[in-house]
Design a protein around this ligand. Structure first.
Ligand SMILES: CC(C)(COP(=O)(O)OP(=O)(O)OC[C@H]1O[C@@H](n2cnc3c(N)ncnc32)[C@H](O)[C@@H]1OP(=O)(O)O)[C@@H](O)C(=O)NCCC(=O)NCCS
Length: 183
């Protein structure tokens, strides 16, 4: 990881501006299988990320190697009225799905460009994204087995466990919903 520099931006106009610089990284990474996304999806990412950037606790962490952006991660607090857990097919206890706006941090994005993988960059992005938060738990989604094996291996190594399967929006693929307890 020598030479790779990390920067964290909290919710701000600057963070919103920086999202545009992240789009080429998103496009490159998510063109790969199993995602096979195209330019329209990358445009969709920017719209989604701009919406997320208005949420409480939004953070964006970027990794740079010299002047090249090589990876990023972003997240925010689940709001009290979130539909996050309602989308999970498996029944979850009432106390589990209760949100306060400061209970659960959602890791919405994590991506590292291929040439920079297996150097601990995702681990450092993730660590910096959630560091200092008083979150009871962190949640994220990942494509089910056998897809996205590197991501699933990373999340297992970082202590995430599966709580169920969900689809977020019409036509969305199924995702495993994972949770970890960083405290
Ligand atoms: C998932 C991803 C972000 C990992 O990035 P990375 O910088 O290579 O990850 P790290 O080097 O920090 O690895 C962290 C741990 O994840 C696991 N891991 C990562 N890639 C792996 C692979 N190809 N095979 C097995 N385990 C892997 C390992 O446990 C690794 O720790 P180790 O290297 O000490 O063994 C990257 O592969 C990626 O961008 N994939 C495409 C986008 C994606 O799937 N994002 C997640 C969406 S849910």
């Amino acid at each position: 990881m020598t030479g790779v520099v990390f920067e964290r931006l909290e919710r701000s106009e600057e963070a919103v501006k920086r999202l545009e610089a992240v789009v080429p990284v998103y496009r490159e990474v998510y063109a790969e299988p199993p995602y096979r996304e195209g330019p329209r999806d990358a445009a969709g990412f920017l719209l989604r990320a701009r919406r997320q950037a208005t949420r409480s606790g939004f953070r964006l962490v970027v990794a740079r190697d010299d002047d090249e952006l090589v990876g990023f991660s972003a997240g925010y607090w689940l709001p009290a009225d979130t539909g996050w857990w309602r989308a999970v097919q498996e029944p979850l206890p009432g106390a589990f799905v209760q949100e306060s706006g400061r209970r659960t941090f959602n890791v919405a994005e994590l991506a590292v460009r291929k040439a920079w993988r297996r150097r601990g960059i995702a681990a450092e992005l993730h660590r910096r994204l959630i560091s200092g938060l008083e979150a009871e738990r962190v949640t994220l989604t990942v494509r089910p087995e056998p897809e996205a094996a590197p991501a699933r291996a990373a999340y297992a190594a970082w202590g995430y466990r599966k709580v169920g399967r969900a689809r977020y929006g019409d036509g969305s693929p199924a995702y495993d919903v994972l949770v970890s307890s960083p405290r």
